[in-house]
Design a protein around this ligand. Structure first.
Ligand code: URA
Length: 268
């Protein structure tokens, strides 16, 4: 056993360097103010920033009881046309309080029949301005992760659990998640991705149905959601602040590729 250790150490070092090479943060700009960890925050409370294992916010208004805007879209229809219909409903949504402060809704974007669906938490300031998911500092890192896997951003689909920005980049409240989740559910049905990769706690909790689930313990552990395999990993915002998460994240992304029967492209 002991004889294997130098080999293991070398392998670990190689994997670390590989992860650094592919989505190292050294050339990324500093995260904007909105994504910097704020001092002395109550974990998971209203206003909490995204971290590895932040608990959900505690107080939350009950989800709306009105029929959901996508309730009439059958779960059996797929493809670009139904995706466009879902986007239309999201654009007009006033179901929860997040609509009051949004600049633009951020429905999601990408290929209509992707191998991989990435799911984040919710739009930040840049996304709210542009109406596109993951376009800020975390988005630049996600782009590099996608390229490291051998894909272009346009070949995957990127969505969020909530489609409007929670003020101050706080985690969305349970009622907001409940109000918004049917959009994501319909998107998944329309996209029929081969595999889903969730980023951070919020999508892990939303799809696993376990509000206590923690990404640090559950990352890389596949679970099933409505017949789809989900592989959870860290949120890129967390990786921007925590270099040590990059290596395990790269392992998770390689597990996503392995599920698809693929390997990362060779470094050239
Ligand atoms: N963080 C998210 O979870 N989603 C985005 O779209 C951007 C940052």
């Amino acid at each position: 056993m002991d004889d294997d250790r130098p080999v293991d150490l070398l392998r670990n070092l190689k994997q670390l360097l590989e992860a650094d090479h592919w989505f190292g943060v050294e050339s990324l700009p500093k995260p904007p103010e909105s994504e910097q960890p704020a001092p002395a925050q109550r974990p998971g409370g209203v206003g909490a920033k995204r971290g590895a294992d932040e608990a959900p916010a505690v107080a939350s208004p009950a989800p709306s009881v009105k029929p959901h805007p996508v309730a009439d879209i059958p779960s059996t229809v797929h493809g670009a046309e139904v995706l466009a219909a879902i986007v239309e409903r999201i654009s007009a949504c006033e179901r929860c309080g997040l609509c009051a402060k949004r600049t633009k809704v951020v429905p999601g974007e990408g290929a209509a029949q992707p191998d991989i669906l990435f799911i984040g938490e919710g739009p930040g300031a840049d996304e709210d301005r542009q109406g596109r998911p993951f376009v800020g500092a975390a988005g630049q890192l996600l782009d590099r992760m996608i390229v490291a896997m051998g894909y272009a951003r346009e070949q995957v689909y990127i969505a969020n659990v909530v489609k409007c920005r929670p003020p101050g980049n706080r985690a969305p409240e349970p009622g907001e998640v409940a109000d918004c989740l049917p959009y994501l559910e319909r998107q998944i049905e329309a996209l029929q991705p081969k595999v889903i990769c969730t980023l951070g706690n919020t999508p892990l909790r939303a799809l696993s149905g376990n509000p206590q689930a923690g990404i640090t313990r559950l990352r890389g552990k596949p679970f099933e959601y409505r017949g789809y395999t989900v592989i959870p990993t860290f949120h890129p915002s967390y990786l921007l602040r925590n270099d040590a998460g990059k290596k395990p994240c790269w392992e998770d992304l390689k597990a996503v590729l392995a599920f698809l029967g693929k390997e990362p492209p060779k470094r050239g």
